[in-house]
Write a protein that binds this ligand. Sequence first.
Ligand SMILES: Nc1ncnc2c1ncn2[C@@H]1O[C@H](COP(=O)(O)OP(=O)(O)O)[C@@H](O)[C@H]1O
Ligand SMILES: [Mg+2]
Length: 123
Amino acid sequence: MTRVAPTVPEPAGLALEGIAFSYGTTNAVLEGISLTVRTGELLSLLGPSGCGKTTLLRIIAGLERPSAGSVQVAGRVLSDVAAGVDVPPQRRGVAMVFQSWALFPHLDVAANVAFGIPKELRG
Ligand SMILES: Nc1ncnc2c1ncn2[C@@H]1O[C@H](COP(=O)(O)OP(=O)(O)O)[C@@H](O)[C@H]1O
Ligand SMILES: [Mg+2]
């Protein structure tokens, strides 16, 4: 008899579920944003200026708190509004390279990306 190990699905590299966000009470920027990115997969967010790309990245990094939804990285819950989870940015193991005025010219792309992640959280 051959024993077959049950297959445990690998958690997504990044999983967003039902993310909503507003600046103040009137400017609803994101609603019902759900997506998954597999480990090793690259995803580009494309859209017109002001559609909410930067806001979504800031939510993943923990710099903004969504009003609904959850963020998971490699199966670890970083934000979950319903469950009251909100891991602070410095404990997320997530790096963000800002659009302007934030690159170190003496470092290459990988080193710029890795700069903000504590050594113990780097993959
Ligand atoms: N700090 C802020 N306060 C109020 N509104 C903001 C702020 N940052 C961005 N917004 C507004 O939120 C919307 C989405 O902005 P943003 O996420 O920067 O879009 P993108 O990165 O796709 O250009 C825009 O309407 C923008 O004007
Ligand atoms: Mg932007």
